[in-house]
Design a protein around this ligand. Structure first.
Ligand SMILES: [Zn+2]
Length: 246
């Protein structure tokens, strides 16, 4: 084992800034701090460090420093050293929590309360939760491909907006809707327009393309929500069930 302690040059006379010298008081206190923390850095054991502190204590007394100032300063250094040690000894635990606003923060607080241990430092990382858009694949298809779509039709001069989805071709569906006006088959558009004396503009808005049936149904619901809330449309549909998005 190597014993390391503060090396003092043979010329070290133990003469430092005297307490009575015309210098600011905190210069003198900083001198004590500086020498003692340097000793802590250098000394290889607590025993050697204690010896160094005793040495400096006697040096500063010789240089006219009041004993209570020396003791107080050294004590503050020892305190900061033990504080550093406890920080080093604490175990860090990282917990990743999906971020959903307030409830995620409340969850983090609950976990923190359950763990409650001075030697454990729990650090929470909040990561963005899945966005709905990430559930869908990006589909690239030709502009002529009007199959497997969610589509919309507007009423002339009214806020009415019909949204539906089909696995078949948009044009084929449009013919079916038109035929229903003449009593051939059933169509929600025909029902809506005949009941309210509205006219449909028959411009097919292709709102999205989605090959997967389930995903297309979900997108249809999201688009219905979007058009009624953000585009201020009176959305109507043939949809047989309501999707709750929260
Ligand atoms: Zn209408």
């Amino acid at each position: 084992m190597k014993w390391v302690y503060v090396y003092r040059k043979p010329t070290d006379t133990g003469l430092y800034l005297r307490w009575t010298s015309n210098q600011p008081r905190n210069y003198k206190i900083n001198l004590i701090k500086c020498l003692c923390t340097r000793a802590k850095r250098i000394c290889s054991s607590d025993y050697l460090f204690k010896q160094e502190l005793e040495y400096y204590k006697s040096i500063f007394i010789t240089n006219g420093y009041p004993i209570n100032v020396i003791k107080k300063t050294i004590h503050s250094i020892e305190l900061s050293i033990t504080k550093k040690k406890t920080i080093q000894n604490t175990q860090k635990i990282f917990i990743s929590v999906p971020y959903y606003g307030e409830c995620s923060l409340a969850l983090a607080n609950k976990i923190r309360k359950i763990i409650q241990n001075p030697t454990v430092n729990v650090i929470f990382g909040f990561k963005a939760g899945n966005r709905i858009s990430s559930l869908f694949s990006k589909t690239f298809r030709g502009t002529n491909d009007n199959k497997r779509i969610v589509y919309g039709y507007s009423c002339y001069d009214y806020k009415g907006y019909y949204i539906s989805q089909t696995a078949r071709d948009a044009e084929v569906r449009q013919e079916e809707h038109k035929n229903a006006f003449n009593g051939n088959g059933y169509s929600k558009i025909a029902e809506h327009c005949l009941n309210n004396k509205h006219r449909n503009n028959w411009n097919t808005d292709i709102l999205t393309i989605e090959s997967n049936d389930l995903k297309r149904n979900i997108k249809e619901s999201l688009l219905m929500y979007w058009y009624s809330k953000k585009k201020d449309k009176q959305v109507y549909s043939q949809k047989s069930f309501v999707l709750n998005v929260f």
